[in-house]
Ligand binder design. Structure first.
Ligand code: ADP
Ligand code: MG
Length: 659
């Protein structure tokens, strides 16, 4: 083809024959039988055809507006097709043309479609490609004709079908792809020119399976490289520090925490460096587990580092770790953008620096900062970090053990794919004695009642969070929204004291605001979603989230996790600004359950994996055919195939990795 067409295809990310063969139709039209114009139904999308019998442009409003009308006749009735303000449409048609249209019928008198999709049937064209079959309709870009692309796919398929490499995935569980279980070559043909509409899904599943196999192979390869390169540092410890910590703690670990610690200890004693994901709902007590893991490393003479996504959270961990570990004689250091307590220097040759715990933000991974003798890396709220940052942190040591923690429950499909290279531990139990959290969804006009309710709770000695979404991405606007709100809120909640927290404050300012709130010198914390992660103030029992519809469900669940941390009953009030029925419906999921796992599954269905994985999660697989919301079975099947056939599988489907 010419360079111009090639450039247009490139815009669709079609650069190779393979790309073209895997270019997925947007929809299909059953053109084996056309509906006659006479029987078209109102408000239904349908495909029909007819001969152009008249056309013309009407202009109005002094020629600034126009409508182009094309009238088709198929012998049963007339169909008026209209395009508003697209006068150049006129150039595409001539009276006498045979035209296929797809669109919604707006009116029956006369029969009318606005802006239908159209194809003009050219005489002498390869009729069999476009008609008398289920016809693919492709995503296009401006200037690329549908019929040309369809013809190209057809010809390329004719030419290359035989050279599509069959991955040797051997006997596939038939139910995994549908009864037919096509070869990859057949699947590609079915994708474009299916015999029956049901074939499309069969083909998609087969191609998705190939993607999942490819991903699984890649995950295993990555793990193998990692394991071959490294002998694990012996970090199992001997309990001499953990024991006194557990005695001093003031509470007993839950059964789930104890079990997870056993799993971690087995890893730290194992032959290969640990790579473990610790998943536990908000408030399940991951921090103390991570402190025990750090102590295992320390008991064995190694240092540990804990990276958190915000300064507030790093400060909080620093405070906790100091109170837990300093009495045991363990050095605890902090490293954030705004505060450094020292440490992180290369020890002088021959000298012996005792192991320490380093806590910080991504400042820990900054170039000059050294983490000598690093045995264990812990990453808190890992969905806030990218894979790259995780790897950078690990490279601070020589194959240290890695524990990543998350409060976002991971739907099964993501667990097996995005997190497929990590072993999983789950804390599936909350510490006892937590007050219950009740959640309400309220329209914005009930706010005065909500304020009254909050004042009552504050009068009873409790504290509250009020959360505003980031109004726009830019930091400035975010600040404006919350700072503007501060005055209103102070009036609404007088005489109680309100303090403000947002991302633009400097580290020390943030810390002093948090200190006021923690010490109950301020009863209300007005904040952006900055407080989403980690913050732990058990006396705060009320959370009001405004414009809640702007947050993802998993994120709201995280925010809600800031309350319900003490013995008092807690209240989460979600106020929806726009209040469309869908928005309210979505928020109701939260009112109905506090089960983070169910919420995450719902979020995955509603908003796709990107939302759950976090913005920064580079390395998230980008599937053409695989669908993480539905393909659990296929993923399991892919893992089974790879386990059974191991490296004998050749794998052409690298498309999951993007380009
Ligand atoms: P998260 O898993 O969300 O990070 P945290 O580690 O912040 O949760 O713990 C939440 C709260 O629960 C903290 O105040 C912590 O001291 C407390 N906690 C943790 N484990 C227990 C336990 N076994 N019994 C009672 N309270 C606990
Ligand atoms: Mg936490």
């Amino acid at each position: 083809m010419g360079a111009e067409r090639a450039a247009l295809l490139a815009r669709l990310n079609v650069l190779t024959i393979e790309d073209l063969l895997l270019h997925r139709p947007r929809r299909y039209e059953d053109r084996r039988r056309f509906q006659s114009i006479k029987v078209l139904k109102l408000d239904e999308k349908s495909t029909t055809r007819g001969k152009a019998v008249a056309m013309g442009i009407k202009r109005f409003r002094k020629g600034t507006q126009s409508v182009f009308e094309l009238i088709l006749d198929d012998g049963t009735a007339l169909l008026h097709c209209r395009w508003w303000n697209l006068p150049f449409m006129e150039n595409y048609f001539a009276v006498g043309d045979e035209v296929v249209v797809y669109g919604k019928v707006l009116s029956l008198r006369p029969r009318t479609m606005d802006h239908p999709e159209v194809e003009v049937v050219e005489p002498g064209e390869e009729h069999f490609i476009h008609f008398n079959r289920i016809t693919p309709v492709y995503p296009l870009t401006e200037g690329l004709p549908q019929r040309w692309l369809r013809g190209l796919v057809w010809r390329v398929l004719e030419g290359f079908e035989k050279s599509i490499v069959e991955p040797e995935i051997g006997p596939v569980n038939p139910s995994a792809c549908g009864p037919a279980r096509p070869t990859r070559g057949d699947a590609v043909r079915m994708l474009h020119f299916p015999e029956e509409l049901a074939d499309v899904e069969t083909a998609r599943r087969r191609l998705a399976l190939d993607e999942f196999v490819a991903l699984e192979l890649r995950l295993r390869a990555r793990r193998k490289v990692f394991e071959a390169g490294a002998r694990a540092l012996p970090c199992g410890g001997d309990n001499r520090l953990i024991k006194p910590l557990l005695t001093a703690l003031g509470y007993k670990l839950t059964a789930a925490q104890t079990r997870v610690l056993r799993e971690i200890r087995a890893d730290l004693r194992g032959a290969h460096p640990m790579r473990r994901l610790l998943q536990g709902d908000v408030g399940s007590g991951k921090t103390v587990v991570s402190a025990c893991a750090a102590l295992m490393a320390l008991e064995s003479g190694f240092s540990a580092a804990l990276m958190a996504p915000t300064e507030i959270l790093a400060e909080q961990h620093f405070r906790n770790f100091k109170s837990w570990l300093q009495p045991l004689g363990v050095r605890v250091e902090l490293q954030t953008g705004s505060r450094k307590t020292g440490g992180g220097d290369e020890p002088a040759p021959g000298s012996h620096t005792p192991a320490a715990v380093f806590i910080g933000t991504h400042a820990l991974i900054s170039e000059g900062f050294k983490l000598p003798n690093l045995g264990l890396v812990i990453i808190d709220e890992q969905h806030k970090f990218g894979v790259a940052q995780r790897e950078q942190m690990v490279r601070k040591g020589h194959f240290p053990h890695l524990l990543v923690m998350t409060a976002t429950p991971i739907p099964r499909t993501l667990g097996l794919t995005v997190y497929g290279e990590l072993d999983l531990s789950v804390i599936d139990q909350l510490p006892p004695g937590r007050g219950r959290i009740r959640t309400f969804v309220r329209p914005v006009d009930t706010l005065p009642l909500v304020w009254k309710f909050i004042r009552e709770k504050l009068a009873g000695g409790r504290q509250a969070y009020v959360v505003y979404p980031q109004v726009e991405k830019t930091g400035k606007n975010e600040v404006k929204a919350v700072t503007r709100e501060l005055g209103n809120l102070e009036r609404a909640l007088a005489p109680f004291r309100v303090v403000l927290l947002h991302g633009r404050l400097r580290g020390a300012e943030k810390e002093s605001v948090m200190a006021e709130f923690r010490g109950n010198a301020a009863q209300v914390l007005l904040a952006t979603s900055l407080i989403e992660v980690g913050v732990d103030v058990p006396n705060a029992t009320v959370m009001l989230i405004e414009n809640a519809e702007r947050f993802g469900l998993a994120q709201l669940h995280q925010l809600r996790g800031r309350i319900g941390r003490g013995a008092h009953e807690s209240f989460c009030i979600l106020v929806s600004g726009c209040g469309t029925p869908e928005a309210l419906e979505r928020l109701k999921v939260l009112a109905e359950t506090t089960d983070g796992f169910r919420i995450a599954e719902a979020d995955l269905k509603l908003r796709g994996p990107g939302e759950l994985l976090g913005r920064q999660q580079s390395g998230a697989p980008d599937f053409r055919f695989g669908d993480l919301t539905t393909d659990f079975e296929l993923i399991v099947e892919a893992r089974r195939l790879v386990s059974e056939r191991g490296s004998n599988i050749t794998c052409p489907a690298e498309s999951f990795s993007g380009r």
